[in-house]
Design a protein around this ligand. Structure first.
Ligand SMILES: [Fe+2]
Ligand SMILES: [Fe+2]
Length: 483
């Protein structure tokens, strides 16, 4: 059967997987659909649901033609099932089945492992939308509001993507898992989201941008490793999700960059050069650089926890099974089996952080985390350039990986952002310098006033350099419905 590249709109659910001739799955999805819409409609404030948002939707999955922009009410967004095209002759890239044809059906022996990975990935998608549900009310511009909603509808679509896999390939328990994805919710006491970072609040726009920079980047790394999966439908699903994910990280990087820009511009106008004079900077109604650093440290360290234990038998099993690969697996030059190779992991021994060589197979999580850290460093450099250019002596940094950890070798250890082990007293005393405090949060919140005039931006954030879809500066990205 030829691959479908163009998205078909002949069923209620846009797709490129021939849903109209796959009655059983179509029925299961149609049954799940009202619950999803109900979830969405309860989530985002009503007047924003009724507003017309300039969104992109996929019309085809080939690299050039997949995004088309138009005004749309979010509940009318057509969440679809989109898989990247099948690669002719694709084989399992790693582990004990390496070189065998990629699986088109679930391999029985790995059914549970595979299902669990899909459920965990699926659980993060609606989690982030839940965390960001109220941000539209304080959007610093219509441009930013549009970007928020673009991210939200795409995370919603990522949920659909995982639900499709569950319903198509995992029968009755797949359908139950799909229902549970709508039952859990971020921060809930009874049924929280599965991973810690998705139960935190996203209370303000700086948090949102840090989240999309750091946590969506974790998402990217997880999707990259699932895109290497020997289970081909999962691989194809994740490959398409990655094209959307790139925009989310763009929103994060440019968002933080524009906040920094507004801060240094205001400082320059006021003749301030000392970034540590927090009160004077805050008097200008912009966010001081030390507070931006604290938010950065918080979101980075929360995201590091998402990579799990540095040494992990589960990760080794998934790799060995060919269910999950490494970042860029097919471009790595080694045997892709890792039976005899080793890898350096960070560990905590005799009260200090050390590097230790362990079996590369067991260090899969650590390796992915290392790739993540490298990937995350790029944006920090670009943010620092904005500060340098303004002639302000301040440098944003990623804290040491041992700082503020809840999972892994450094969990709950009193280690400072430089990686030094402290007494618990010294650590507690330092925390307010390293992580956002309640009063930092209150200050940021005080700035979060909506700015809804086309082309206007809240004082604490600079306008973007280019518009979405090359639109001019005063383009009305959201036509608000103010009821
Ligand atoms: Fe996502
Ligand atoms: Fe994302």
């Amino acid at each position: 059967m030829a691959d479908v590249i163009n998205v078909s709109y002949d069923t209620q659910i846009p797709n490129n997987v021939n849903l109209s001739s796959d009655r059983k799955v179509l029925k299961a999805l149609e049954k799940w659909h009202p619950g999803y819409l109900d979830w969405w409609n309860r989530l985002i404030p009503r007047n924003l649901q009724q507003s017309m948002v300039y969104l992109r939707t996929a019309v085809s999955v080939d690299p050039k033609g997949w995004a088309k922009f138009d005004y749309l009410k979010m509940p009318d967004y057509r969440w679809g099932i989109l898989l990247a095209p099948r690669l002719e002759g694709r084989t399992i890239p790693c582990g004990e089945h390496k070189g065998q044809p990629a699986w088109q059906e679930v391999p029985g022996e790995y059914r549970n492992l595979l299902k669990r990975l899909i459920v965990i990935q699926g659980d993060t998608e609606p989690g982030s939308v839940e965390q960001q549900r109220f941000l539209g009310l304080t959007a610093p511009s219509l441009y930013d509001m549009r970007n928020l909603f673009q991210v939200n509808v795409e995370e919603g679509r990522h949920l659909w993507a995982m639900v499709y896999l569950l319903q198509k390939y995992f029968g009755k328990d797949g359908r139950e898992e799909a229902d549970d994805l709508l039952r859990r919710s971020s921060g809930s006491d009874e049924a929280p989201r599965m991973l810690g970072a998705f139960n935190q609040e996203t209370p303000d726009w700086l948090s949102f941008f840090m989240f999309t920079y750091f946590t969506d980047r974790d998402g990217k790394m997880q999707l990259e490793s699932l895109a290497q999966s020997g289970f081909d439908p999962l691989s194809r699903t994740c490959r398409f999700m990655l094209t959307e994910e790139a925009h989310h990280m763009f929103v994060g990087e440019t968002g933080v960059g524009r906040i920094i820009q507004a801060t240094v511009d205001a400082m320059t106008r006021a003749g301030l050069t000392d970034a540590s004079d927090i009160n004077k900077v805050r008097d200008l109604s912009v966010i001081d650089l030390p507070t931006i650093q604290k938010k950065l440290s918080l979101h980075y360290t929360l995201s590091l926890d998402l990579f799990g234990q540095e040494i992990s038998t589960n990760a080794a099993n998934a790799f060995n099974a060919g269910i999950k690969g490494r970042y860029m697996e097919s471009r790595i030059e080694d045997d892709h089996l890792l039976k005899d190779s080793t890898y350096k992991v960070l560990d905590f021994e005799n009260n200090q952080t050390v590097e230790r060589e362990v079996s590369a197979l067991k260090a899969i999580n650590m390796r992915l985390r290392d790739d993540y850290v490298k990937d995350a460093e790029g944006g920090i450099g670009r943010w620092n350039k904005i500060i340098n250019k303004a002639g302000i002596d301040f440098e944003l940094k990623l804290p040491h990986q041992a700082f503020n950890r809840k999972i892994g070798a450094f969990a709950h250890k009193p280690i400072d952002p430089e990686g030094q082990l402290l007494s618990s007293e010294a650590y507690s005393a330092g925390l307010s310098d390293w992580l956002p405090t309640t009063s930092d949060g209150d200050f940021i919140e005080s700035l979060m006033q909506p700015c809804y005039e086309p082309g206007q931006y809240a004082r604490w954030i600079a306008p973007p350099r280019v518009g979405i879809d090359n639109k001019p500066g005063d383009f009305e990205y959201v036509k608000l419905h103010m009821a």
